[in-house]
Ligand binder design. Structure first.
Ligand SMILES: Cc1cc2nc3c(=O)[nH]c(=O)nc-3n(C[C@H](O)[C@H](O)[C@H](O)COP(=O)(O)OP(=O)(O)OC[C@H]3O[C@@H](n4cnc5c(N)ncnc54)[C@H](O)[C@@H]3O)c2cc1C
Ligand SMILES: *[C@@H]1O[C@H](CO)[C@@H](O)[C@H](O)[C@H]1NC(C)=O
Ligand SMILES: *[C@@H]1O[C@H](CO)[C@@H](O)[C@H](O)[C@H]1NC(C)=O
Length: 415
């Protein structure tokens, strides 16, 4: 493609969504990613996540191999009660495409997406990364963004991949832009060595070759999953702990600090929260690193993700509740979809139509996932409940897994 037929694309935010978009767009266009922090510091918020089979296939297309991700394949999902009884086992790892759902640390996925976006060995022009720039204003009509230190950048397209508190979203939607709403639940995030589970006969089912995720369910408050301890592999030698509980004790600290994370709280508070759980679970919690407390939030659905020269992707467009662990999957799917819908675009005048096609496909999918998260969290209104069929988790996951590519999904949508 001629140089002048390429778009100049500015991506605000170098998280998972921003780097995935850059990795898929660099083949045809000239991409610059602007990130307020440095990307070398991958250890920030380095929790482990599940990557469903369809997104795992995207990562492999982008050149990320399982060994680079230190991936652990997901073979089982176990449901347990607070006393440690295993009540259900669901095997769900293999999909028709042959890919596997995996667990991996966020830092590993982030690093591989950065490589995919910037490596000179892949087709197209390596994306340019500008670190330590905080974007403070966005002009969606002129395609200009300004930084805290007084610089301005101009592009044919601005992609807002700036997370749950997105300023690009605010610029697109103005006063009707939704902001993150608390779900009433917080989560302790920490890790333990695999040996902590391995050495306990009542937990060692998780450390066999058949790896997976175990949820220990405590009692529900107001029909909402406020007491849940999750163990799942972060890498071959480490397990991630995510422990959901009522957010009440932390609300004041979240609000005072203006942050949704309270870092490094005492282990004792975590142990007290899950005092009525089986000793095996408590022994593991006692061996964990000191936990961070995360406020669990999502944002209301938005019908419009694009305006003028700007579009939003990832958590900026559809921050969801984490009960199905699908936020990163949606972010990577968004990147692949932008790559597809912008693949034939050779001038800025063709952008509005391409963005409209992108949004038509992705808004519908993100809303399906967001609603499922709220149903799992017991957060749908009585009114909504009446208009909805009962939630079917298996049918939902089948739909998640069936998404093959933006091209195929848009063909199916158009019939
Ligand atoms: C506890 C927990 C567990 C999760 N588990 C899973 C899971 O198992 N599977 C899964 O798929 N997903 C999971 N997720 C969700 C997933 O982590 C997110 O959906 C994903 O990280 C969103 O990526 P993003 O790039 O859109 O946003 P972010 O990762 O938030 O990235 C936004 C980036 O933009 C930058 N930025 C923000 N504002 C500006 C600005 N003004 N100027 C410049 N840069 C800016 C930020 O520094 C950041 O780097 C989980 C989330 C949580 C909290
Ligand atoms: C799990 O199974 C045990 C018996 O094995 C039973 O006592 C317990 O009530 C079950 N818990 C749930 C949450 O279904
Ligand atoms: C781009 O062009 C190719 C070849 O004509 C076509 O197959 C593909 O569907 C087009 N992509 C989009 C997003 O329209």
């Amino acid at each position: 493609m001629d140089l002048e037929q390429r778009l100049r694309i500015l991506v605000v935010g170098g998280g998972l969504a921003g780097l995935a978009a850059a990795a898929y767009l660099r083949g045809r266009h000239e991409v610059t990613v602007l990130e307020r922090f440095t990307l070398v510091d991958f250890a920030r918020n380095d929790y482990a996540m599940s990557i469903t089979a369809n997104t795992h296939r995207f990562l492999r297309e982008l050149g990320a191999e399982d060994w680079q991700l230190q991936a652990v394949p997901l073979k089982y999902v176990w449901g347990c009660d607070a006393k440690g009884n295993v009540n259900e086992t669901v095997a769900q790892s293999i999909t028709p495409s042959g890919a596997t759902t995996i667990f991996a640390r966020r830092s590993r996925i982030h690093k591989e997406l950065l490589t995919a976006a910037t490596s000179p060995r892949r087709a197209g022009t390596p994306a340019k990364i500008v670190e330590n720039v905080k974007i403070t204003s966005v002009d969606v009509e002129d395609g200009v963004i300004r930084t805290e230190d007084g610089r301005a950048f101009r592009g044919d397209l601005i992609i807002g991949a700036d997370g749950v508190n997105s300023i690009v979203r605010a610029a697109i939607l103005g006063t009707v832009a939704p902001s993150a709403s608390p779900s009433g639940v917080a989560a302790y995030l920490c890790t333990v060595p695999r040996s902590a589970l391995d050495s306990d006969p009542s937990l060692s089912f998780q450390t066999n070759a058949d790896a997976g995720l175990a949820t220990f369910r405590g009692s529900d408050a107001d029909g909402r999953p406020k007491s849940r301890v999750l163990f799942y592999p972060a890498d071959p030698n480490t397990f991630q702990i995510v422990a959901y509980h009522d957010e009440s004790p932390w609300v004041e600290r979240f609000e005072k600090s203006g942050s949704s994370i309270v870092p490094r709280v005492s282990q004792l508070s975590m142990l007290q929260t899950f005092d009525d759980f089986t000793d095996s679970v408590k022994r593991v919690l006692a061996q964990a690193t000191s936990p961070d407390v995360w406020r669990i939030r999502d944002i209301d659905r938005m019908e419009s993700w694009a305006k003028g020269k700007a579009v939003i992707v990832g958590d900026a467009a559809h921050a969801i509740l984490p009960y199905f662990g699908l936020g990163c999957n949606l972010a990577i799917e968004d990147g692949e979809a932008l790559g597809y819908f912008l693949s034939n675009v050779t001038s800025a005048s063709e952008l509005p139509q391409a963005l409209a096609r992108f949004a038509a496909l992705r808004v519908a999918r993100a809303h399906m996932v967001q609603l499922a998260g709220r149903q799992a969290a017991g957060l749908v209104s009585e009114e909504e409940k009446e208009s909805l069929p009962p939630f079917d988790g298996k049918a939902f996951m089948a739909k998640v897994y069936a998404y093959f590519s933006a091209e195929q999904a848009s063909k199916e949508m158009c019939g």
